[in-house]
Design a protein around this ligand. Structure first.
Ligand SMILES: O=C[C@H](O)[C@H](O)[C@H](O)COP(=O)(O)O
Length: 223
């Protein structure tokens, strides 16, 4: 089974998981990236069974709308039943690194609001310790150098993601070689730096369910 087939399989597994709870009032939080795209395409087949979605990026909003799924502003949504999204890395505690596609801030916001966060990923994303994947940090453009210097003091090696502007008009620093033995602590410390909008460590709010695809099938991990 190739990687795309695994992504499709976990997307279908997420659909099977949420389907019994859908009703005409359900609004679903939808993530960003290639795995989330498989989820969106599968969700389109159920579009008569729920109300609509909240998107974690402009790209996801466009894909949802292309399928005829209504997209709501999160500010107008009181209750978000579930959020489904991919990840760049996931550990056994369902702590994640996200933001390879630069959508981390909106993803973190939607994940914070949702009652359940289902993460979908192929086996290659599973790690024993987070941090081989560089941690993306969204930064206010004028603070880029200041944030980079502060991150060096925390032990990381920041690299500016050239040419990338987030949906919020900011820039991304990718942090290499950060020791993430304690991801909650590093997530907090990076958030303290003035000019940081959000970082891609999802440890304070990890996933509740992780669906991992491999050639043997889909494994479900719960917190
Ligand atoms: O900003 C992007 C998101 O955090 C994605 O969920 C993450 O990069 C995983 O993307 P993919 O499913 O394409 O590997």
């Amino acid at each position: 089974m190739n990687q795309d087939a695994m992504k499709k399989a976990v997307a279908e597994a997420a659909i099977a998981l949420i389907k019994p709870d859908l009703d005409a009032k359900t609004i679903i939080g939808v993530g960003t990236g290639s795995t989330a795209n498989f989820f969106i395409d599968a969700l389109a087949k159920l579009k008569m069974d729920f109300d609509g979605a909240v998107a974690s990026s402009e790209e996801t909003a466009r894909r949802l709308q292309h399928h005829g799924i209504p997209v709501y502003d999160l500010n107008n949504v009181a209750d978000l039943e579930v959020y489904v999204d991919g990840a760049d890395e996931a550990n056994e505690h369902l702590e994640l690194i996200k933001g390879g596609g630069a959508a981390l801030t909106r993803e973190k916001i939607v994940a914070a609001v949702a009652r359940r966060f289902i993460c979908i990923a192929d086996q290659s994303k599973r790690v024993s310790q987070l941090g081989a994947f560089p941690v993306p940090v969204e930064v206010i453009p004028m603070a880029r150098s200041h944030v980079a210097r502060q991150i060096v003091k925390l032990g990381g090696d920041p690299e500016y993601r050239e040419g990338v502007v987030t949906d919020n008009g900011n820039v991304i620093l990718d942090i290499y070689n950060m020791n993430l033995a304690n991801p909650i602590e590093i997530e907090r410390e990076m958030n303290q730096i003035v000019g940081v909008v959000a970082n891609g460590i999802f440890a304070q709010r990890p996933a509740d369910i992780l669906l991992l695809g491999s050639s043997e099938g889909v494994t479900t991990l719960r917190r």
